[in-house]
Design a protein around this ligand. Structure first.
Ligand code: PMT
Length: 396
């Protein structure tokens, strides 16, 4: 998993000969797992074409504040909100001066003004310009405002001079970005979550399933992604939208959920089984719709594979957390499940109540760990998911 997985990097390119390195920087950012959008100043287009940057980034390149089509597609405010970080590389002396003055008369300046995200600049200029007091004052102004300054490095320059002012190499810029994100409690981790019901076919028309909506599992996936994890959601049929920055794999049956889950275990740090997996499936699936003959019908069922037990049995298993859907003796039954399935923890919820559990927007759970019992209040599933992710991250 790359050091910038799930991160959205808006790369600003200004007018300087170092702009040729920005093309390589796009590739290095993508290699680190980031999604990249490029904004170029008018001067930058004298050094590298938008077509090159568009081909490399795979996203439309934004160049003009007054481009009605571009504004209609993704305007400067949306761009500013899209970004997790704005990196200006190269950052020319002129751009740095305009940024320090709070100007916004081109798209990149406007985005830097509007974005709530961290802004980082990689200066690139002639060593004489770098040494000027005005440049130093402008940089100090930007640093006082919390902007990060990457480099510059020392060496030979396009103009033949040798000295400070070369833009950092692309890999060094990527390396300088990573610490800006090392805040998420699950940064650098891989998390796999199962969610929703499974459907076990009886015939082409009928199936066995349950009332799981998937809300709990989807909320956990969203919270894990927000915490910086490389998040994989293995979901039965729910109809819910895939949360932002989550990798969704849709399945139907328990067998498919098992196969998909085991296929995702490589490098997995945390597995949470929130899915309501059908414990049984019809021993026989009819290829044609069963006709209604007699008043009664008998279905012979057979056990489905136990997904979470299979995960917890892996030789190099992740931290494995199950849910327990109980209607009575909540803690006793949850504890039995934790031990029987060799889990690191079980999140127990009473599914006999209509206000929590299946399909509700709220839930109340008790976390059953080896270290003890932790009861949580009724919370929305979204809020509860964040509390649970923070707590489970501590187990890592
Ligand atoms: O989806 P929602 O509508 O938001 O509802 C949330 C929920 C009630 C479904 C959820 O909070 C929950 O309790 N999920 C677990 C439901 C369930 O199947 O519980 P269980 O006690 O039957 O299973 C125990 C654990 O084993 C669970 O982690 C389950 O995912 C796992 N399991 C069960 C059977 C099986 N064949 N394979 C499994 O992995």
């Amino acid at each position: 998993m790359g050091s910038l997985t799930n991160k959205r990097v808006l790369l600003g390119v200004t007018g300087g000969i170092a702009a040729y390195k920005s093309a390589d920087l796009v590739r290095r950012l993508q290699d680190a797992g980031a999604e990249v959008r490029v904004v170029m100043t008018p001067a930058a287009r004298e050094f590298i074409t938008p077509l090159t940057m568009q081909a490399l980034s795979g996203n439309p390149v934004h160049t003009s504040l007054l481009d009605t089509d571009a504004e209609a597609a993704m305007g400067h405010i949306e761009l500013a909100r899209w970004a997790d970080v704005v990196v200006v590389a190269p950052a020319s002396a002129d751009f740095i001066a305009k940024l320090a003055a709070g100007e916004g008369d081109n798209l990149l300046l406007a985005v830097c003004l509007a974005t709530p995200a961290q802004v980082a600049i990689a200066p690139a200029m002639n060593q004489g310009m770098w040494g000027k007091q005005s440049t130093e004052d402008n940089l100090h102004t930007l640093q006082r405002r919390g902007m990060a300054v990457f480099g510059p490095s020392e060496g030979s320059q396009a103009c033949g001079d040798v000295g400070l002012g070369r833009m950092l190499e692309p890999l060094d810029i990527v390396a300088a970005l990573v610490p800006l994100f090392a805040r998420g409690v699950l940064s650098g981790r891989k998390v796999v979550i199962t969610a929703g019901p499974t459907r076990e076919a009886i015939d082409p028309v009928r199936y066995i399933s349950n009332h799981s909506s998937g809300k709990m599992g989807y909320a956990l996936a969203e919270a894990a992604a927000e915490a910086g994890a490389d998040t994989w959601l293995v979901s039965g049929p729910t109809g819910l939208p895939c949360p932002d920055r989550v990798n969704l794999v849709s399945v139907t049956t328990a067998q498919e959920m098992l196969d998909t889950t085991l296929g995702l275990m490589n490098g997995c740090d945390l597995f949470v089984g929130a899915a309501a997996v059908a414990d049984y499936r019809p021993k026989k699936q009819w290829s044609q719709k069963i006709k209604k003959h007699s008043d009664a019908m008998t279905l012979e069922l057979e056990k489905n594979p136990d997904i979470i037990a299979a995960v917890s049995a892996l030789p190099s298993r992740p931290i494995t957390i199950g849910f327990a859907a109980e209607t009575e003796h909540l803690i006793e039954n949850a504890t039995k499940k934790r031990i029987a399935k060799r889990l690191d923890g079980v999140i127990a919820n009473d599914v006999s109540r209509s206000d929590i559990g299946f399909n509700s927007d709220d839930n109340q759970v008790t976390l059953v760990l080896d270290s003890g019992i932790e009861e949580m209040p009724v919370l929305s599933k979204n809020q509860l998911a964040r509390v649970l992710i923070d707590r489970l991250a501590q187990l890592l």
